[in-house]
Design a protein around this ligand. Structure first.
Ligand SMILES: CC(C)(COP(=O)(O)OP(=O)(O)OC[C@H]1O[C@@H](n2cnc3c(N)ncnc32)[C@H](O)[C@@H]1OP(=O)(O)O)[C@@H](O)C(=O)NCCC(=O)NCCS
Length: 433
């Protein structure tokens, strides 16, 4: 696996805040309140956003506000701080303005740079453009006596050019003509990407851009960086945001943009395993959660029904009726259920595999069993899954994420202990290390 070069190996939440608001007594109001966020409301990466979130006329004031707030509150802020500056692949004057802002923000005389972890560069173009941005960082570091590469660079992928550049980076990184190892986050910007791609949808919705998300995740993996999905503008649609994150996670994109403190909370919890295990049943349209009643997984919806006629079983799924013998019913139901392990279960399985490995066994069968109840009819279900070293390593991802959070976010220890219990937290921090 390509080495990751930054303190954080996982970033769940990327939270932008407008740096200067016109017409307010304190134009820094929003970044001032964001700098006080703690626990699950505080993001892994906080981005005082001097680009799209801030009006063009307010951006010089925005820089002054970032300096003021970060110098005052940056030391106590529990996440990393990466302001977004202005940049554009096609506009040298915008890049020059961005350079001037970076020089000001990173000036030790202004008291903020000790608490700044890097900068976010929007609207990057092809690989040559990435190198220009990197060179500006190097100039800023040299100008202010900072170590070369000490400021991380994150980019917003919002053009086809930038998407293609993620595939070229491996050939460029590590050359002594650049410091591209400073690259940290690849963040998708689907709104501008849609414009750049000249995509059209009938209702004007944003396409889901699965390919972009896959390509960004692949580029991040190949270059030791971290992939972050773009903003989810429907800020009160919590379910939709959660679904988007579940999709992202299956692509290896474990972080997402957050626009509000409420979205930050969702983004921080989402990639962590649930506190309770859960059986799901496909009711013909969607996966529904089954109620746990003393170890029995109970379905009480309307789309699936089951009847035992003594001779056979009658199973109806979303209007489709089937008459089945007992073993056929078990097979059918096994195809409809899914098991979502809790943190406790994941750690249990990993510990069980570790014990087997220590005693010289390379592969074991891991059993999952439950009794399913539909319309009062109970059916025992059991599956066996082979676990070997590769399964163990793949299962490690959510646990490694948990461990990274535990190490870097002491302000979230209480929330984690409350959700999982002290014992599970302790075992999850130990397993696999
Ligand atoms: C979209 C937005 C206007 C909604 O604001 P809202 O309706 O006040 O949102 P909420 O009710 O969830 O906010 C709760 C509190 O958090 C504050 N807050 C919300 N989003 C915030 C943000 N991104 N940064 C800092 N503070 C924020 C609000 O000011 C509010 O504070 P208050 O209780 O002291 O009034 C606001 O979230 C925002 O400006 N987000 C950032 C937009 C952005 O980054 N755009 C650039 C994307 S390219």
């Amino acid at each position: 696996m390509t080495e990751r070069r930054h303190d954080r190996t996982f970033v769940r939440s990327f939270f932008t805040s407008p740096t200067a608001l016109e017409g307010e007594d304190d134009s820094a109001k929003m970044i001032r309140s964001a700098s006080g966020l703690r626990g699950m409301q505080a993001p892994d990466v906080w981005v005082p956003d001097n680009e799209d979130a801030t009006a063009p006329s307010m951006r010089d004031e925005g820089v002054a506000n970032i300096l003021d707030v970060v110098a005052e509150n940056g030391a106590e802020f529990p996440g990393e701080i990466h302001p977004r500056i202005v940049w554009h692949r096609d506009r040298p004057e915008t890049r020059h303005r961005g350079l001037k802002h970076m020089l000001e923000l990173a000036d030790p005389a202004n008291g903020a740079v000790d608490h700044l972890d890097g900068f976010v560069i929007p609207e990057v173009g092809d690989i040559d453009d990435w190198k220009k941005a990197d060179e500006f960082f190097t100039i800023v570091e040299n100008e202010h006596g900072l170590d070369e590469g000490s400021l991380a660079m994150s980019v917003i992928i919002e053009s086809g050019e930038a998407e293609l550049a993620t595939g070229k980076l491996r050939d460029e990184m590590g050359k002594d003509t650049n410091n591209l190892e400073r690259l940290f986050l690849f963040v998708d910007g689907e709104v501008d990407y849609t414009k750049d791609m000249r995509a059209i949808t009938p209702a004007g919705d944003l396409p889901s851009w699965d390919e972009l998300r896959h390509n960004t995740s692949r580029g991040a993996s190949a270059n030791g960086c971290i992939a972050i999905d773009g903003r989810y503008d429907d800020i009160r649609d919590v379910e939709g945001y959660r679904e988007r994150m579940t999709e992202n996670q299956s692509k290896g994109m474990l972080g997402i943009w957050s626009l509000t403190p409420g979205q930050v909370v969702e983004a921080n919890w989402s990639p962590l395993p649930p506190e309770k295990d859960q059986w799901l049943l496909d009711d013909g349209r969607e996966q529904v959660e089954l109620e746990d009643e003393d170890g029995v997984a109970v379905y009480d919806g309307d789309r699936v029904s089951l009847e035992d006629t003594d001779e056979e079983y009658v199973l109806r799924v979303d209007g489709d009726e089937r008459r089945l013998a007992s073993d056929e019913l078990t097979d059918e139901l096994l195809g409809m259920v899914e098991y979502v392990p809790s943190m406790d279960d994941i750690v249990d399985s990993m510990e069980e595999f570790e014990r087997a490995r220590e005693s010289g066994t390379g592969a074991i069968a891991m059993e999952r069993a439950t009794t399913l109840r539909i319309d009062g009819v109970e059916v025992d279900l059991s599956t066996e899954r082979m676990w070997d070293e590769a399964t163990y390593q793949a299962s490690m991802t959510p646990v490694s994420l948990f461990q990274d959070v535990y190490e870097h976010r002491p302000d979230q220890h209480d929330d984690l202990a409350e959700r999982y219990g002290e014992n599970v937290v302790e075992r999850a921090t130990d397993v696999g290390t």
